[in-house]
Design a protein around this ligand. Structure first.
Ligand code: GUN
Length: 300
């Protein structure tokens, strides 16, 4: 059997960003509306700082306004909630994203619950998770699972009737991913650390989404021949072959083994990762349209 098709998330994300930029231009020309995204980072986590910088840059590159709020680690929950209230009331801001994880002394649940559901471009507010689960098309859909779904539909077309295994049950990826796949009429199983016969569950899946945060956990022998594998994991592991102290990024799937079995697979890096920010830009445009009372642009 020949090797799997490598799904190029970087190119896919570039295409989506171009569509977003075209929609932004149209909104400016037709309605004098420039979508704005506010990103809030609390603390100094290096990985989060990189993500926030990339989000800000890509927002501006797409022609939108970016508002960055970097708060010190000691920021109180009350101070953060006050900022969110301010952003909720600011008509220039159409999307609000609070980078997670937050420092331990701040309740993520409370903070997410304070964001206006209309501006919740992460899709984490219970109003939006509820809408997603009931099939309400006005739901803001979390960016990473939305990006995964776009790539799956591009690869497979109609997903109806396919068996999907979602490995991981997080609020950010696993649960919304399962909801999206149910909506596409897949037969969905959600597996996690307590799942019995995990390998067997994986081997039954036509679509395998790995989102557990365990480097190279899914082996080639766990994968059904011809299956489509979406690897959400981004794990840094030691890479002594590159020199002392060097590291490299790997997914939750053992790529070298799985590429020989699957029909299609996303690489790490260059798969799901670039799609997440592109979907955030997309959600910001959709949110801006909804707030302005305009139809969402076609094809986004
Ligand atoms: N941290 C890791 N992924 C995400 C995400 O999608 N949104 C937010 N707000 N924080 C994250």
């Amino acid at each position: 059997m020949s090797d799997a098709k490598i799904i190029d998330g970087k190119a896919f994300a570039e295409g989506l960003r171009e569509k977003v930029a075209a929609a932004v231009l149209d909104l400016k020309e037709s309605h004098n509306l420039t979508p704005g995204l506010a990103v809030v980072l609390v603390g100094e986590d290096p990985a989060s700082q990189v993500y926030v910088r990339n989000k800000g840059k890509q927002t501006v590159d797409a022609g939108m306004n970016s508002y960055e709020h970097r708060l010190r680690d000691e920021t109180t929950e009350a101070e953060l909630l006050e900022l969110i209230d301010e952003l909720n009331g600011n008509s220039q801001v159409h999307g609000i994203l609070v980078q997670l994880p937050l420092p331990k002394h701040i309740s993520e649940e409370k903070v997410i619950g304070r964001i206006s559901p209309n501006k919740d471009v992460d899709g984490f507010h219970v109003i939006n998770t509820g809408k997603l689960n009931t099939g309400d098309s006005s739901a803001m859909v979390p960016c990473t699972p939305l990006g995964c779904l776009m790539m799956l539909k591009d690869q497979l077309g109609d997903l109806s009737g396919l068996r999907a295994l979602v490995l991981g049950r997080s609020n950010i990826v696993g649960k919304p991913m399962a909801s999206l796949l149910i909506k596409e009429s897949c037969t969905v199983t959600v597996a996690h650390s307590r799942t019995r016969d995990l390998e067997e569950e994986c081997r039954r899946a036509d679509i395998l989404i790995a989102a557990v945060g365990r480097p190279q956990m899914v082996k080639g022998s766990w994968v059904k021949p011809g299956a489509t594998v979406i690897d959400v994991g981004i794990n840094r592991i030691p890479a002594p072959e590159k020199g002392e102290g060097k590291t490299r990024l790997v997914g939750d799937v053992d790529f070298d083994e799985t590429v020989k079995v699957a029909g299609a697979i996303t690489p790490v890096p260059g798969g799901v990762g670039p799609m997440t920010i592109a979907c955030l830009l997309r959600n910001t445009v959709v949110a801006a349209c909804a707030q302005g009372g305009y139809d969402a642009p076609e094809g986004l």
